[in-house]
Design a protein around this ligand. Structure first.
Ligand code: FES
Length: 118
C-alpha cells in the first residue's frame, strides 16, 4: 500500500476534476460537492476512457409518468455506451456487481492524497 500526494484542494474546485497518472494508472480525481473521489480511467464494460465522460445527475425513483432528476455532480457517464457510475462508491447504477475501480482519498491541510494497493 502506498499513499500518493496528488493535488491541493485549491486545484480542484467543486464540480471539477483532475486527471493524474500513478504507477501507469490513469485516475480521475473528482470534487463532488466538496468531497473528493478517485476512480480508475477505465470502464469495466469495454474499456473506454471513462473519465472522458460527463459528470451529471440521474433520474430518481418516482411514480409512473413522473420524472425527478437529482444527484447532480455524483454520476459519471461513460462516453461510449452510457453506463453510469456513482462517483461516491464506484458502483454502476444498474447493478451492485458492476463497478469501476476506485481509490481511497484523504485530505490533510489542503493536500489531497490517494492510496493505492492493499
Ligand atoms: S465502454 Fe463504457 S459503457 Fe461501454
Amino acid at each position: 500500500m502506498a499513499v500518493y500526494p496528488i493535488a491541493s484542494t485549491e486545484e480542484i474546485p467543486e464540480g471539477t476534476f483532475k486527471m493524474i497518472q500513478i504507477q501507469e494508472k490513469s485516475i480521475g480525481l473528482y470534487n463532488v460537492k466538496g468531497d473528493y473521489y478517485a476512480v480508475n480511467n477505465y470502464c469495466p464494460h469495454q474499456g473506454a476512457e471513462l473519465c472522458k465522460g460527463i459528470v451529471c445527475g440521474t433520474t430518481l425513483e418516482s411514480q409512473v409518468y413522473e420524472f425527478i432528476y437529482g444527484r447532480e455532480q455524483e454520476i459519471l457517464r461513460c462516453p461510449w455506451h452510457g453506463w453510469e457510475f456513482d462517483l461516491r462508491t464506484g458502483k454502476s447504477l444498474f447493478s451492485e456487481k458492476v463497478r469501476v475501480r476506485s481509490f481511497p482519498v484523504s485530505v490533510e491541510n489542503g493536500q489531497i492524497s490517494i492510496t493505492i494497493g492493499k
